[in-house]
Design a protein around this ligand. Sequence first.
Ligand SMILES: Cc1cc2nc3c(=O)[nH]c(=O)nc-3n(C[C@H](O)[C@H](O)[C@H](O)COP(=O)(O)OP(=O)(O)OC[C@H]3O[C@@H](n4cnc5c(N)ncnc54)[C@H](O)[C@@H]3O)c2cc1C
Length: 395
Amino acid sequence: MQLAFDADVEAFRAEFVAFLDEHLPDEAATVQRSHSSSDVPIWARRWQRLLFDHGWLLPGNPPEFGGRNATVLQQYVHAEELSRRRIYQSFNPQGVGIIAASILSFGTSEQKQRWAVPILRAEMTASLGMSEPGAGSDLASLRTRAVPGSDSQGDHFVVDGQKVWTSGAHDADVLLTFVRTDPDAPKHKGISVLLIPTDSPGVTRRAFASASDREDLDFNEVFFTDVRVPVENLVGPLNQGWRVATGSLGHERTMLWMGYADQLQELTADFRPSGALERDLYATLGMESEALRLLGSVALARAARGEEDVPSLSVLKLLGSEAVQTATGHVLSAAGTDGLVHPATTGPYAPLNLDSHYGSWFDRYFRSFAATIAGGTSEIQRNIIAGRILGLPRI
Ligand SMILES: Cc1cc2nc3c(=O)[nH]c(=O)nc-3n(C[C@H](O)[C@H](O)[C@H](O)COP(=O)(O)OP(=O)(O)OC[C@H]3O[C@@H](n4cnc5c(N)ncnc54)[C@H](O)[C@@H]3O)c2cc1C
């Protein structure tokens, strides 16, 4: 068993560390804070652009898309160095991690230049329009429809319907929107994907507060009324949007466990247990953190060998998101009424990270629920594990 990285991977790490030491913005430059997942302050745009230009934004990408064709293990140490310093590459994570990635996988070369590159260079921000009031876990039930039209200005779609939970939509320039284009086909087969600029006539965005904080405006309802979308904004083939959907979620899930492992590690650092019971809970936190890293390392080794094992990512997502939730719950109980003090600082200030990750313990506990819902709920992950890993029969 090899528990250390090869010399080439460590050399890659050293090069990135030298880059960070030289270029990281200092605290005074980062005063302006991000208010939503598509609100990227000027300094954060410059930072993302710098990473893009040096091939450090998404190192697995080719240089023209902000990378340097890095191997899976090199990508891992890159993520490790960022998380160790509590640094984000981008304050528009779904734009960079899901939407640009989907366009690079499924889009035309024109779409890559017109949309993906500006998103990666932080010249544009993007949000993800999948969920609807009647289509969340069962995304294939979505009803927002796009009907082909044509007039003197050319071919286009006309879009009508509603999305919900669209994180950051009120600050985004464009929405990757899943729409029904063939109402007569079986539900997975009549879906397509459109890039819809948010300034298109007929698009209305209504931000609404999260349960954890009235000031936290990230979620949106988005309404489409007779919205005209040029045909060249269709991503992937007509009626084959389900492939893009599973690809998009794949992009989302592959990296997810690392985020939970980092949060567990941060909780380990921020939690100061006192007394036998709290030390016991602290030990549980340490064990779950280690278990996640070990299982994650197995998945990483498989990915490095080119083996795909999508269902096992469900194990990592489930373990990680629930361990973070359990741990923050324990820390909140241990803090007693002090845990409710808001605003409070429960971890070291990290200017290149979201403030909520070191807010009050109550805030951190409340926000931990999001991870057990977004990207596929815990129940859906359990269904995947039951059916595709354990081979249990459906009831
Ligand atoms: C922080 C956050 C950010 C989000 N950002 C976005 C975004 O940017 N864009 C976007 O499109 N969406 C976004 N979402 C929405 C997210 O994708 C949905 O909330 C999620 O898919 C669940 O759908 P739902 O809320 O409609 O719940 P439902 O699907 O209605 O589920 C309700 C409950 O029933 C359970 N359930 C449903 N089906 C089954 C089943 N078959 N077996 C067992 N139990 C089941 C669920 O687990 C859940 O507990 C976000 C959500 C969160 C929490």
